[in-house]
Ligand binder design. Structure first.
Ligand SMILES: CC(C)(COP(=O)(O)OP(=O)(O)OC[C@H]1O[C@@H](n2cnc3c(N)ncnc32)[C@H](O)[C@@H]1OP(=O)(O)O)[C@@H](O)C(=O)NCCC(=O)NCCS
Length: 176
């Protein structure tokens, strides 16, 4: 699969065995709605459309018999030491009744194929739960390696204290 600039209008077909994987474009919201039970938060259609329209974002959906059964999303990150990007695999989930049937593996392999085709330096994923044997098993089974002993992610939150309209615009500091 090749990167599409400006966001794909329609899904890009990536057939792999009995599971078909497609990259969703900005018009693919309907397929995401079919996977609502997998999301931590309700989908905001405007936000989701804008997300899908960004070329650095990759949202892959796995289909079985034409129905969405799982998804993965990742974002391409630019680096300072090389023009080759990194892929941050941000999340992956498969509907419970379709788990342990190769769907997650097919999604990860499709992402890795995309990265190889588009000359990424590496892909990475963070697991914040050492007890998630399915996630660890999936990443190991698809060739992932750990580089740190404690696999943890630190999160910094930025709660909104005022409405966006009240907020001062950010201005560069004057040079002294
Ligand atoms: C993690 C997840 C996406 C795996 O998807 P899946 O479709 O069930 O995975 P696959 O069937 O493709 O499994 C591929 C390999 O991963 C490993 N694996 C998957 N589930 C496993 C489990 N429950 N226990 C141990 N190994 C497991 C196995 O090595 C498996 O290969 P095998 O079936 O030949 O033994 C799925 O369990 C899920 O949606 N979990 C909830 C969301 C989640 O935890 N996401 C990851 C957050 S970091």
């Amino acid at each position: 699969m090749r990167a599409r600039r400006g966001g794909a209008a329609r899904p890009t077909a990536m057939p792999v065995g009995s599971v078909q994987v497609m990259r969703l474009g900005a018009g693919g919201i309907g397929d995401l709605l079919a996977l609502t039970e997998l999301f931590d938060h309700p989908l905001d259609k405007v936000a989701a459309r804008e997300y899908l329209a960004r070329p650095e974002n990759l949202l892959l959906v796995a289909y079985r018999s034409g129905r969405p059964v799982g998804y993965l999303r990742g974002t391409a990150l630019r680096q300072l030491h090389t023009r080759r990007p990194q892929m941050f695999l941000y999340e992956i989930a498969v509907l419970p009744r379709h788990q342990r049937q190769g769907v997650g593996r097919t999604l990860v392999e499709a992402l890795l194929a995309y990265c190889r085709t588009n000359d990424f330096e590496e892909a990475f994923v963070l697991t914040d739960d050492p007890a998630n044997v399915a996630a660890h098993g999936l990443y190991l089974a698809t060739g992932g390696v750990t580089e740190t002993v404690g696999e943890r992610m630190y999160v910094y939150r930025f709660p909104r204290e005022r409405s966006p309209a009240d907020r001062e615009p950010l201005r560069p500091r004057p040079r002294r």
